[in-house]
Design a protein around this ligand. Structure first.
Ligand code: ADP
Ligand code: MG
Length: 567
C-alpha cells in the first residue's frame, strides 16, 4: 500500500477518534440534563399536589361562606354590590384624612409660631440678661458705695459728737466746775415797809446792792454815823434785779448738755430768806401762782428735749424729792407722807415713821417734763414753810430734787455703754442715792448721770426775822446746816485732808456733788435793801469762798484755789 494512503488512513483515524470523543461528551451532557429535568419534574409534581390540597380547602371555606350568606348569592356578586359603598367610605375616609392632615398642619404651624415667638423672647431675654446683670452690678456697687459713705459719715458723726462732748466739757470746766452766780432780786413792797421801820435815816437810798456789770456786785452804803460799806465781789455771772428767769436759765442750760454727756450736775440756790431762792429755782409751779418759770421746770423741759433729740439712747428719768428739815431727811414722795395734804403741810407732826434718814429715797419714774413738774409741784405742798417777819412763806427746810438719768438695761440699746459719760463708766453716778421703790433701779440698768436741784432754806438772823419757839429751833438748824456747808466748802478750798461732810445731813446728802467732780453751780440770791446788808455781805462772802473751790481736771488734779478777786 502506498505511503499516501497510509498517511490519509492515519489522519482519518485521528479525526474519527476526535469526533467519537465529542459525541461521547455530548451524550454524557444530555444524560445529565435529563436527570436534572427529571428531578425538576418530580419537584413540580410535588408542588402541584400541595396546591391542589390548598385549593380544596379554600373551595370548602368559600362554599361554607356562601352557605352563610342570606341571599346565597355568589361572593363575587356581593363584592360587586359592596364596592361602591366601600369606595364612598374610602373617599370619606380620604377626606377625613385630608382634613386631619390639614388641621394637623395648622396646629403644627401654630406651634411652630409659638415656639418661634418663645424662642425669640428667650433670645431677647438672653441678650438682655447681661445688661440687667450689669445694671444690677452697678446698683450693687452704688449701694456698697453709699453704705460705705454712710458708715464713714456715721463714724465722723460719732467722732464729732465725742469732740463736741470733750469741747463742751472743757468749756464748762473753763467756766469752772464750781461756778458762782449772784442774783439781786428787785425791791419788794415789804422791803420799803420794813426799811421805813428799821432805818432812822430815811433819806438814804433803800437799794445798796448793785450789779456793776454782769460779773461784779457792788455793796455800797455810805452811813453818816457809821463806817461806810464799799465792797465789790466778782462772780462768774451777776444778774441785776431786772434780769428775767429766762436769762438766768440760759446760763444753766449748758449744764444739762453736760448731764446728758454723763456728768453729775448740781444747781444750788443759796441766800437769805426772802431773797428769791425759791423764785429762782422753782418759780410758780402750779397754775394758781403767777410769774415766770424757774430753773426746775425749765431744766425738766430741756432735759426731756435733749433726750428726745436722740431716742436711740433710751435714757430714762427717775425723780426723788427730799427735804432736810431740822437735820432729818424727809422723803416727800413717800406714801406715808401724802395724807398730810389735808392739814397745814409743815404743821403736820413729822413722826419717826416719816423719817428716812440715809435710806434710799423714793424714785418716781417720769416720762415727760409735765410729769416732772407735776410731781415737784405735788410734793412741794408737803414742804415745811412758815411766815416770818422777813418772808411770809419762808421755806423751813432744804429742798433737794434729784433727777437720775439711767440708760436702758444691758442689751437693750447698743449705745448704752458708749453713752455713759467718761467719768461714770463702770460705776453708778453719785453713789449714795441708791434707789428705793417705787421706780427703783432695774437690774442691769446703769445710772447715766444725776441732776440735783437744791433750794436751800434761807439763812437768817433770828433777831431780824423775829422768830421764837419752834421757828427759832428751825432757824438754828438751818443756820447750823448752812454753816456746815460753808465749812465743807472752806475745807475743800483749803485742800484739807478732812472734809467735815458728816456735820450735817445737808452736807451728807450733797457730799457727792461737793466733793466729787460734779458740775456745781451756786446761785447766790441777795436782797438789794440796806436792811439786809449784813446778811447780804455774809452770803456774798460764802459765794466768794465757794469760788475758791476748784476740783477735777481743770483744777489741776484736785482743788486749786483761784486767786480771789474780791476786795
Ligand atoms: P426765798 O426762797 O429766798 O426765801 P422767795 O423766792 O420765796 O424767797 O422770794 C420771796 C419773794 O420775792 C417772793 O414773793 C418772790 O416772788 C419775790 N421775788 C424774788 N426774786 C424775785 C425776782 N427776781 N423777781 C421778782 N420777784 C422776786
Ligand atoms: Mg424759799
Amino acid at each position: 500500500m502506498p505511503a499516501q494512503d497510509v498517511a490519509s488512513q492515519r489522519r482519518w483515524g485521528r479525526i474519527s477518534e476526535q469526533r467519537a470523543g465529542q459525541l461521547q461528551r455530548q451524550v454524557q451532557a444530555k444524560e445529565e440534563r435529563i436527570v436534572e429535568l427529571e428531578t425538576e419534574n418530580a419537584v413540580l409534581h410535588l408542588r402541584l399536589a400541595q396546591y391542589r390540597g390548598t385549593s380544596g380547602k379554600g373551595a370548602g371555606a368559600a362554599t361554607q361562606l356562601c352557605s352563610q350568606c342570606p341571599e346565597r348569592e355568589p361572593p363575587r356578586r356581593s363584592a360587586a354590590l359592596a364596592a361602591p359603598q366601600l369606595w364612598r367610605r374610602v373617599q370619606a375616609l380620604k377626606q377625613d384624612t385630608e382634613a386631619l392632615r390639614a388641621s394637623s398642619l395648622e396646629v403644627f404651624r401654630a406651634c411652630r409660631e409659638h415656639l418661634q415667638d418663645g424662642l425669640s423672647e428667650v433670645v431677647a431675654a438672653v441678650q438682655r440678661a447681661p445688661l440687667c446683670h450689669e445694671a444690677l452690678l452697678a446698683w450693687q456697687s452704688k449701694a456698697g458705695r453709699l453704705e460705705r459713705s454712710l458708715q464713714e459719715v456715721s463714724a465722723r458723726y460719732e467722732l464729732e459728737r465725742q469732740k463736741r462732748k470733750v469741747l463742751h466739757n472743757r468749756l464748762v470746766e473753763l467756766k469752772g466746775n464750781v461756778r458762782v452766780h449772784c442774783r439781786i432780786r428787785p425791791p419788794l413792797p415789804s422791803d420799803e415797809e420794813f426799811d421805813g421801820q428799821a432805818s432812822q435815816d430815811s433819806s438814804a437810798p433803800a437799794g445798796v446792792v448793785h450789779a456793776v456789770d454782769d460779773e461784779t456786785v457792788l455793796v455800797r452804803w455810805d452811813r453818816p454815823a457809821h463806817r461806810s460799806i464799799h465792797k465789790t465781789y466778782s462772780f462768774e455771772r451777776v444778774y441785776g434785779p431786772a434780769e428775767s428767769q429766762q436769762v438766768v436759765f440760759a446760763d444753766v442750760c449748758p449744764l444739762l448738755t453736760s448731764l446728758l454727756d454723763g456728768y453729775n450736775v448740781c444747781i444750788l440756790a443759796y441766800g437769805q430768806t426772802g431773797c428769791g431762792k425759791s423764785y429762782t429755782m422753782l418759780g410758780p409751779l402750779s397754775k394758781d401762782e403767777r410769774g415766770d418759770l424757774g430753773i426746775v421746770p425749765r431744766a425738766a423741759g430741756e432735759l426731756f428735749r435733749l433726750i428726745s433729740e436722740n431716742p436711740s439712747r433710751s435714757l430714762k428719768v427717775d425723780v426723788s424729792i427730799v427735804e432736810v428739815y431740822n437735820d432729818d431727811i424727809l422723803d416727800l414722795l413717800a406714801n406715808e407722807r401724802r395724807p398730810a395734804v389735808s392739814g397745814p403741810p409743815w404743821e403736820a407732826p413729822m413722826t419717826k415713821a416719816t423719817k428716812r434718814e440715809m435710806s434710799p429715797p423714793t424714785r418716781a419714774p417720769v416720762r415727760s417734763a409735765e410729769d416732772f413738774i407735776a410731781l415737784a409741784a405735788g410734793s412741794l405742798r408737803f414742804q415745811a414753810r412758815r411766815a416770818t417777819r422777813v418772808h411770809a412763806r419762808s421755806s423751813r427746810s432744804h429742798l433737794i430734787i434729784t433727777a437720775t438719768v439711767t440708760a436702758a438695761p444691758a442689751g437693750g440699746s447698743p449705745e448704752d455703754g458708749q453713752s455713759l459719760g467718761p467719768r461714770l463708766q463702770g460705776r453708778p453716778a453719785g453713789g449714795r442715792a441708791s434707789p428705793g421703790p417705787p421706780g427703783a433701779q432695774r437690774v442691769g440698768e446703769q445710772v447715766h448721770a444725776k441732776l440735783q436741784l437744791v433750794d436751800l432754806a434761807g439763812s437768817e438772823c433770828a433777831g431780824v426775822s423775829a422768830v421764837t419757839g419752834a421757828a427759832l429751833r428751825e432757824t438754828s438748824f438751818i443756820n447750823r446746816s448752812l454753816a456746815a456747808l460753808a465749812d465743807v466748802l472752806g475745807a475743800l478750798a483749803e485742800h484739807r485732808d478732812h472734809i467735815p461732810y458728816r456735820n450735817s445731813q445737808l452736807t451728807r446728802v450733797l457730799q457727792d456733788v461737793l466733793g466729787g467732780d460734779a458740775k456745781l453751780l451756786v446761785i447766790l440770791c441777795v436782797s438789794p435793801c440796806r436792811k439786809h446788808v449784813a446778811e447780804t455781805l455774809r452770803v456774798l462772802g460764802f459765794g466768794a469762798q465757794a469760788r475758791h473751790v476748784q476740783r477735777g481736771p481743770a483744777g489741776g488734779g484736785g482743788a486749786a484755789a483761784r486767786k480771789p478777786r474780791n476786795q
